[in-house]
Every structure is written in C-alpha cells, then in structure tokens.
Design a protein around this ligand. Structure first.
Ligand code: ZN
Length: 223
C-alpha cells in the first residue's frame, strides 16, 4: 500500500501528493487555486510538517495553490525544474534548440520564487528528479527510490484509463490537449516506462499499482 505517499484530490480530478520523509513532508504539486486548505489538512492528519513543495511543471492546475501554500508555510523549500521555473515567472520564451510549437494550457505564473531549481538526477528527499519533457519543456517526474513509486505529473494520466500526454484520451482529453510537443512527450513516456515503476501516481486520476502493462498499452496507442 501507499505507505510513503498520500494522495490529496479535488473532485477526483486533480491531485497533489504528500510524500513522507524523515524530516517532514514533501508536497508534490499544488492543484488549482484555493487548494491549500485540503493539503494542509492532510498534512495535519499525517502529523508531520510540510518542509518542501516540489512541482512537476508550471501549468495552472499544478501550481495553482503555490502562493497560498508557500504563504502559509514560512521557510518552506520550493522546487521546480530550471526550465519550467521560467514559466513560473511568466517568461514564455522558447529556446532556439527547442521545438517552436505553441505552448498550450494555462500558465498563470506565481509570485513565489523557487528556493532551488532542479536538474534531472537531483534528489528531493527520497525522490529522484527524472526528465520527462514534452507536456511542457521542463516537465519532470519524481521516482521514489525507496519503493519505485513514480510521481508522473502529466507525463501519464490515469483518469478514464492510463494514457500518455502524447495522445488524447477521448474520455479525458485535457492532458494531451495541454501538451506542448507530442513526439517529445512520447519519448518521455517510454523513458519513464523503462524505469519499471512499481506504482504510478499521476497528476490526474487514481494511483495505479503494477502499472507496466497499462503503460505499455498507452505507449502503443500513442505510437
Ligand atoms: Zn499539465
């Protein structure tokens, strides 16, 4: 069972996670605006302080409560990839080496500045930062090295079935509809599958145990 992670969901539609560490809790993603309360309440139930906030990417349904949550937690660490940190401060430029596709989805930015920006291979407590660009240019996933749980952000969704960000799930097209560059997203989906995660904890939808075969099917559908 999910010993180290607790899913906090709004309307069963968008998720944040609380990851237990020796020094307190890491919040992964902050959902839509006005979601700080349920996140803080979940931390209180777990009886541990929130010591850091880590973001998979800068879309509005993942950073929506960043300012509210960081405001309620003086001294909290705030972490996002170096690339998506630019979107957090509303720098919407693309680099010359990147696909020049339109940036899709909602990008509200935030007043809160990261205390540290992340590169692939960095550790956030027990979580390894895994590059998974495509949905956004700097999207990252987090792999819990203790138990193989993959916090996938929007690289995969499980709402109405396991899907990649590279191909619209007709029953839940939101994630693919907000994807910047689908070929890159598909490459990332393959790279995450190759990590052989024991559990898939997405930004949208329920946690899926032993997700390998479902991830394979999702990749095949998008290929
Ligand atoms: Zn997104």
């Amino acid at each position: 069972m999910a010993d180290n992670i607790t899913r906090v969901s709004r309307f069963g539609f968008v998720n944040a996670y609380l990851v237990r560490e020796d020094d307190g809790l890491t919040v992964v993603d902050t959902m839509l605006p006005r979601s700080a309360k349920p996140i803080l309440a979940a931390a209180q139930r777990l009886g541990a302080p929130i010591v850091r906030i880590a973001l998979t990417h800068a879309h509005g349904d993942h950073i929506g409560s960043l300012d509210e949550l960081a405001g309620a937690l003086p001294g909290v660490e705030v972490l996002i990839s170096t690339r998506d940190a630019r979107f957090l401060r509303k720098d919407m430029s693309l680099d010359p080496g990147e696909p020049q596709d339109k940036l899709r989805g909602g990008w509200p930015g935030a007043k809160t500045e990261p205390t540290r920006t992340l590169e692939p291979g960095d550790m956030v407590g027990s979580l390894e930062v895994v590059a998974s660009p495509g949905h956004t240019p700097g999207h990252v996933a987090f792999l819990d090295r203790r138990d193989g749980t993959l916090l996938a952000g929007d690289a995969y969704s499980t709402l109405a079935g396991v899907a990649t960000a590279a191909k619209a799930n007709p029953l839940f097209p939101l994630v693919a509809g907000a994807t910047w560059h689908r070929p890159t997203a598909l490459e990332s989906a393959r790279a995450l599958r190759a990590l052989d995660p024991q559990r898939l904890a997405p930004g949208h939808g329920k946690i899926v145990d032993a997700p390998g075969p479902a991830m394979d099917r999702a990749i095949a559908k998008a290929s």
